[in-house]
Design a protein around this ligand. Structure first.
Ligand code: GUN
Length: 294
């Protein structure tokens, strides 16, 4: 078994990005500027957004954090999105999900200018991704394929089983894994909460991407020898052993599954660090107007 060290790869990519930003600044170019909108005080969202802002500082980006209380109206949030769309200094922005129930995530996502949608959630970016066109790739799927690339893991003709059909991970990563070229060319099966015989399907997988958000879902007896396992799960499970009072827990029963794998990502330190780095890459591209030239 070999470990896919997302933390180390992310550190390497961060260094590459920081070097490029320094060159841009030296040449008198524009400093990439990411804005993040955070509604309410959900612990997970607070952690993710502060980590995004901190990474901006580390890499020499500008960042702006806009906070709203839980009771913000949909109209107020739409007005904020429109201001960010029109602000020429902001290259890209994200609205952290989930949003409170009274606000439509669909409406908010749709209102974001797709040229600033560094999360890659806007229908234009999702559509372009599914057609294999240049676009902002959403961060977690982009982080997963980058890990496969950096570790030169063969994907052509492999059976890739994706567990989960979310708009953020399951759907887009299944598209990327089936696309022509590397990393891709897989035969893809998508399993979800209504799938029958998940164990039998997983046992046929060369690559498993677990993105259900169910801690410890994938057990040792569901994985064949020599499989590649990518764990996308990051559920906060209460723990009295950590300072924060919770422990990030993946979808994979690591101790049982790891001995059978050719490659496996740990949680934490696998896909998670790659997600933030992918967002930074998108922000850099947005700043350079490399995907959408206007
Ligand atoms: N909530 C969970 N993951 C994400 C993400 O990648 N972007 C945003 N905006 N919200 C999230």
């Amino acid at each position: 078994m070999r470990l896919i060290d997302g933390k180390a790869v992310a550190a390497q990519i961060k260094q590459e990005i920081a070097e490029e930003v320094a060159l841009i600044k030296d040449a008198g170019g524009k400093t990439p500027h990411l804005a993040a909108v955070l509604v309410g005080h959900d612990g997970g969202s607070e952690t993710y957004v502060s980590s995004k802002v901190r990474t901006c500082e580390e890499l020499g980006f500008k960042s702006t954090l806009i906070r709203y209380e839980e009771d913000v109206t949909e109209e107020e949030l739409l007005a904020c999105v429109n201001r960010l769309n029109d602000d020429a200094d902001i290259d890209g922005f994200i609205v952290q999900l989930p949003l409170p129930k009274h606000i439509s995530e669909e409406k908010i996502t749709d209102a974001i200018d797709y040229r600033k949608d560094v999360d890659g959630f806007h229908p234009v970016n999702v559509g372009r991704m599914s057609l294999g066109m240049s676009c902002f790739l959403s961060a977690t799927p982009a982080g997963i394929v980058e890990l496969l690339k950096r570790y030169k893991i063969e994907t052509k003709g492999r059976h890739c089983v994706v567990l989960g059909r979310s708009n953020i991970v399951g759907k887009p990563v299944s598209m990327l894994m089936m696309q022509k070229g590397y990393p891709g060319d897989c035969t893809v099966t998508v399993c979800h909460s209504r799938t029958e015989n998940i164990k039998e399907i997983c046992l046929q997988a060369d690559i498993i991407i677990a993105a259900l958000g169910v801690p410890g879902f994938l057990k040792g007896d569901m994985v064949k020898e020599g499989a590649v396992v990518i764990d996308v799960g990051t559920t906060r499970v209460p723990s009295n052993k950590t300072k924060s009072g919770f422990k990030l827990t993946g979808d994979v029963m690591f101790d049982e599954v790891a001995p059978k794998c050719a490659w496996i990502t740990p949680v934490p330190g696998g896909v998670g660090p790659m997600t933030i780095v992918s967002l930074m890459k998108n922000t850099l591209l947005a700043g350079k107007k490399e995907i959408y030239s206007k």
